[in-house]
Design a protein around this ligand. Sequence first.
Ligand SMILES: O=CCCC(=O)O
Length: 450
Amino acid sequence: MFKSIYPYTQELIAEYKEHTANEIETKLLKGEKAFRDMLNIPLDQRRQWMAQVAKSMRDNVKEHATIISQEMGKTLQEATAEVQKCATTIDYYVENIEQILQPRIISSDASKSYVSYEPKGIILAIMPWNFPYWQVFRFAIPNILAGNAGLLKHASNVSGCALAIEKLFTESGFPEGTFQTVLLSSQHIEPIIADPRVQGVTLTGSTPAGKSVAALAGKYIKKTVLELGGSDPFIVLKDADIKEAAKVAVQGRMQNAGQSCIAAKRWIVEKPAVAEFTQAVAEILQAMKQGDPMLESTNMGPMARPDLAEDLGRQLKETISQGAHLVLGGTYEGCNFAPTLLTGVTADMTAFREETFGPLGVIIEAAGEEAAIALANETDFGLGSALWTKDLEKAARLARQIESGNVFINAMVRSDARLPFGGVKQSGYGRELSLEGTHEFLNVKTVYIH
Ligand SMILES: O=CCCC(=O)O
């Protein structure tokens, strides 16, 4: 049984049965049929159905946001914003999909040659609990519009979200099987990856999960896109607007109770700016209210599971014992972890070396801008990064030196339907969103006419 537990109180809210092998076979049959049927359905029709998904989400935003908050603990306000972001992303793709799928004419020695972008079949999406709607929709919207079918294996603590998303697609007019949820634990995933009807696997999750899924997908020659962990640097140079940087650093770190792959996990601050930055972030953190995600007065909810809070507690304890200074917070009970600030963190400490997935802000002092970039790159991860300076020429030069899939200058890292999203190094490969993300699971077919 999969259990949905309200993280704030640890109350059991629902239980779901794992699907049987027969039920999974039925889903694969339906998915394959939906894919074949969709080949004959005009793009305009798919756009209309997708627009209906957005309408239905907007009409019932409170209901969807409540399921999210109840299952993984983010505030109702954050959950509402997540549902709205999914709907806005649908608007973007409904408007732009035709252009994204446009065949690309290439001159060669043929009388005509071009590349056409064609769907391949069922794409398996293995998704995490931290943005239980957004992570699914950013895969599902472009793929389904392009003609693939989606099969979702969601994290086991957000089964209610997974089923609500399936219902949205079914009720919006798409052929049955276009988007389905399979309730299954990870150890039973191999037969689905092996199935010839499944043509690709996208995974958002931890680096170990990415390694094991990519190994299986490799065994069966299935394309993968991996969006894995991150330990994003948030670099503040001495000429930055320090107050603004501090405000955005806290937002980037503490959103979603710090449980985001692109959270600002390492605040790397040039020495002359450290004191002002520390004071500014401490003041903001002090004013934060961690608590019941359903209350409007709460601006940070609990973490999603007690074991995650325990693990963050272990990282915090180790980092303090290695010499870092606890400025505020540091306490937790169950899933409720206080916003916490550490200073004096160095590159050999746990909170620098490991990804910290919770509300922990750490300040790392850099002797100068070159040292700051070296510290930023001293990680196995390479997902996002932020760089704060008023000198935009310097920013452009330094951005090229940062080893990450994206660099945000004087802004917080965030995903946006218009921009490709993904990482390098142990943060994975492939891209989501935008044109690049849409083409990942399509057959990039060369057509040559003599
Ligand atoms: O957890 C990573 C995804 C966060 C986002 O896309 O905004």
